[in-house]
Ligand binder design. Structure first.
Ligand SMILES: NC(=O)C1=CN([C@@H]2O[C@H](COP(=O)(O)OP(=O)(O)OC[C@H]3O[C@@H](n4cnc5c(N)ncnc54)[C@H](O)[C@@H]3O)[C@@H](O)[C@H]2O)C=CC1
Ligand SMILES: O=C(O)C(=O)Cc1ccc(O)cc1
Length: 367
């Protein structure tokens, strides 16, 4: 039975895991360490951990499970050092890194059969970092990938799954190689594309200064992930070089293909190109959280006058409905209303529709 957990790295992901464990099983004692003391103090203050460790390797002989939730390059350094640390027999070590091949190879090399290492990756998150962005329900309905090493038994796996059950994530198993290929295409490469689109728009700014204002709508949405932590993404790209180099080649081929259709003014191919993409995208599961989380947006057609935001948020506050974001859309061209409200869950959005309908006659739209 797991009684004590040691968590290294108390940021967005470590903090969210700790909060979900504490919510599910408050009796489990969580000892936490972060290189940044402010993060550790905050983690204790918000109740994510029970006790702060002031060194990376305190006495760990009574710890049943260790979570490493640091940036992936730091995770490698920590695993290397764990080789010489005295640990409880049968301790399970896991991590949350966005890449798996290098981390699992490192664990197999340094920890091998002596320690049970189970690679982990909760496939949800945010472009925000730090403990203050952590939430106990961050991984609810998301996939949580585990890549157990050959030294791990099904009892070990079940023990970890039981600790993670508080996350309410959908836990699946893969090999590290499968993991890095798939997350390359649906998470890592899209971050590169998002950043490159930002560069492209920025390069227009000198000749077309209006570009920034026009980019405030849909462009802002599809490039949201370009606001993620640069050092975290630097490390992810360094870890997943092989699959990413293949993806660059495939992407360039794809761009050449559509470029040719435009050059040839090939209306049929252009239509087929978008029609096929639409069909595949429309078939994606809607309620499942993916690696790049969606937000449940609601558009409200309101007059653009001072005080409209407080009026709407006042209605929502009356019914205790939480918002994650609110934005006035500056141009009406692409949209059905001028106020965009974002919610964490579909249920909150449904409650908001009813609430706004109850207190006002503003029209609401979901795209
Ligand atoms: N941000 C996201 O949406 C997701 C991130 N991940 C992975 O989770 C891991 C953590 O990311 P976040 O929590 O988002 O980052 P974060 O920046 O919010 O938290 C990382 C924490 O680790 C601490 N840290 C760094 N080096 C350390 C060391 N050597 N010893 C102890 N603490 C150290 C930092 O001070 C920071 O508090 C990364 O490996 C990332 O790839 C996985 C899924 C989603
Ligand atoms: O900001 C976003 O939407 C993300 O892309 C979150 C994310 C970041 C890293 C991961 O390994 C998984 C999910």
């Amino acid at each position: 039975m797991v009684k004590k957990i040691y968590l290294i790295g108390l940021g967005l992901i470590g903090g969210s895991i700790a909060l979900s464990i504490k919510k599910h099983d408050p009796a489990i004692h969580i000892l936490g360490f972060d290189i940044n003391k402010d993060q550790a103090n905050l983690a204790k203050k918000i109740g994510a951990i029970d006790e702060i460790s002031f060194t990376l390797f305190p006495d760990l002989t009574d710890v049943d499970m260790i979570f490493i939730s640091t940036p992936v390059q730091q995770t490698i350094h920590i695993i290397e050092q764990l080789e010489n640390v005295e640990l409880k027999k049968d301790v399970i070590i896991t991590d949350v890194g966005s890449t798996k091949v290098k981390i699992v190879e490192c664990a197999n090399y340094y920890l091998n059969s002596r320690i049970k290492f189970i690679g982990g990756h909760p496939m949800a998150g945010s472009h925000k970092s730090g403990i203050l962005a952590a939430k106990p329900h961050l991984f609810e309905n998301a996939f949580y990938i585990l890549t157990p090493s050959k030294y791990v038994t099904s009892e070990d796996l079940n023990q970890l799954k039981s600790i993670l059950s508080g996350t309410k994530a959908n836990i699946i198993e893969m090999t590290p190689e499968e993991h890095d290929k798939v997350t390359g295409v649906i998470s890592h490469f899209p971050h590169i594309v998002a950043a490159s689109l930002v560069y492209q728009a920025e390069s227009y700014e000198e000749n077309y200064p209006i570009v920034k204002r026009l980019a405030a709508g849909g462009f802002r949405d599809i490039t949201r992930i370009a606001s993620s932590n640069p050092s975290m993404w630097r490390d992810i790209l360094l870890h997943n070089k092989g699959p990413l180099l293949e993806l660059f080649d495939e992407w360039i081929t794809e761009m050449e293909r559509i470029k040719q259709y435009v050059k040839d003014e090939d209306a049929n191919q252009l239509f087929a190109y978008f029609a096929h993409a639409k069909q595949y995208r429309d078939e994606l599961p809607e309620k499942q959280k993916g690696a790049i989380p969606s937000f449940y947006d609601l558009f409200v057609d309101v007059p653009d006058y001072p005080g409209i935001i407080s009026e709407i948020t006042g209605y929502l506050a009356k019914e205790e409905i939480s918002l994650t974001n609110i934005r006035i859309i500056e141009t009406r061209e692409e949209i059905y209303g001028v106020l965009r409200l974002s919610f964490q869950t579909e249920q909150d959005r449904e409650l908001a529709i009813k609430c706004i309908g109850k207190y006002s006659d503003y029209d609401t739209f979901i795209i």
